[in-house]
Design a protein around this ligand. Structure first.
Ligand code: SAH
Length: 367
């Protein structure tokens, strides 16, 4: 499909942003059979075909209507970097020129796409580079799914099962409606048909949204970015904790509906001398009593401008062992793609930050 001019962009429906029922309604309104939406979904999400001219099982008339009246916006690959460990970081340019990052992590053992739900992030966690950007804007459902389409295409993984983690830039529960819409599009049986057990949503714990999520028919795996066992400490690291405290989050987790044998992951970024003591581990284990939990310890990925250090291997080990000794299921996240700054908390796009005052601290990241 040709590039629409700016006026068109506002008026032409973007097929990438439509759930199948909406596409069916649009087709009906244009005197086409609604079931054609299934075929269009197959082209878009299984074959990566976005130009109606290539949708060969549609009538010539419908192809012409789609070409004339719709658009399909797809993020463009601005750059692509490959790490020594096979991890690949994609910078993707959106329709308005904003750039987000998506990461491909192979063999974990599955293929995993880590996608962004916001340009920047409003949560401002003390150790996270994305948080330094502030929130630039939400990412739309079509752009969330678009990251998956682009990566699957670029990596030739359309017919390989893959996992999706909403752990890129942004806080998914701060962009609730677009995130859930994206999951519905990804799950559509006529499109990618992605099973929700292959999706993990990671959140700092925006409590009202977490409670809303608990009532959704479509249920991804849940990861909570906890990082500290007490309000005093968590309040310093994760500002939103001052609004929704540790006890409330844990309570919501206890009520969260889980499939049999499934567990909530608690992410815990380990910061030397801050939250990595044996006492912290004991408190964490006590806090998680009665929660179907597993803890994912993430040793800090240090960066210029982040005022914390990664603990020694011995300290990481001691922390994890203290948890395990108390019966907590625990794993230590192996950091992937650190050499290309694709690791957790290292996603940031230069030139989009809201506050110019932060440029100095981040200069070492140079783009
Ligand atoms: N906003 C969501 C999604 C981002 S996920 C959330 O916070 O869960 C990114 C994960 O990487 C989070 O667990 C986050 O806390 C962690 N992280 C952020 N900065 C990090 C850093 N510098 N080193 C290691 N992990 C980091």
């Amino acid at each position: 499909m040709h590039d629409p001019d700016p006026v068109d962009q506002q008026t032409r429906p973007d097929l990438a942003e439509l759930e199948r029922p909406a596409l069916e309604a649009w087709l009906r309104a244009h005197d086409h059979e609604p079931f054609r939406a299934r075929q269009i979904f197959r082209w878009l999400y299984r074959h990566g075909v976005t130009d109606p001219a290539g949708m060969s099982d549609l009538s010539i008339g419908l192809r012409a209507t789609l070409a004339a009246e719709c658009q399909v916006s797809t993020p463009q690959i601005a750059s692509r970097e490959r790490s020594g460990d096979g991890t690949e970081k994609f910078a993707l340019r959106l329709g308005d020129g904003r750039v987000i990052e998506s990461v491909f992590i192979p063999d974990t053992p599955a293929m995993t796409f880590c996608v962004s739900t916001q340009v920047g992030c409003a949560m401002a966690c003390a150790f996270c580079l994305t948080g330094k950007m502030g929130l630039v804007r939400h990412v739309t459902a079509g752009e969330i799914v678009g990251q998956v389409r682009v990566l699957a295409n670029a990596l030739d993984l359309q017919s390989t099962p893959f996992n999706i983690v909403l752990m890129g830039m942004g806080e998914p529960l701060h962009n609730y409606d677009e995130t859930m819409k994206a999951l519905r599009i990804l799950a559509d049986e006529h499109g990618m048909a992605l099973p929700m057990r292959r999706v993990t949503l990671s959140t700092v714990g925006v409590l009202p949204a977490l409670e809303r999520l608990a009532r959704e028919p479509l249920m991804p795996n849940l990861a909570i970015s906890l990082h500290a066992p007490t309000d005093t400490l968590r309040g310093q690291l994760v500002p939103i904790n001052r609004k929704y405290g540790v006890a409330e989050i844990i309570d919501a987790c206890k009520r969260f509906p889980l499939k049999r044998r499934n567990r909530i992951t608690f992410e815990y970024v380990l910061l030397a001398g801050v939250n990595d003591s044996v006492e912290d581990a004991r408190r964490l284990a006590a806090l998680l009593t009665g929660v179907r939990a597993k803890v994912n310890v993430i040793p800090l990925n240090a960066a210029a401008g982040i005022p914390f250090e990664r603990p020694s291997d011995a300290a990481i080990d001691r922390f994890a062992r203290t948890l395990a000794d108390r019966g907590v299921v625990v794993s230590v996240r192996k950091s992937r793609g650190r050499d290309i700054r694709a690791a957790c908390g290292q996603l940031i796009v230069e030139g989009q930050r809201r506050s110019p005052g932060q440029a100095l601290a981040l200069a070492a990241f140079g783009g």
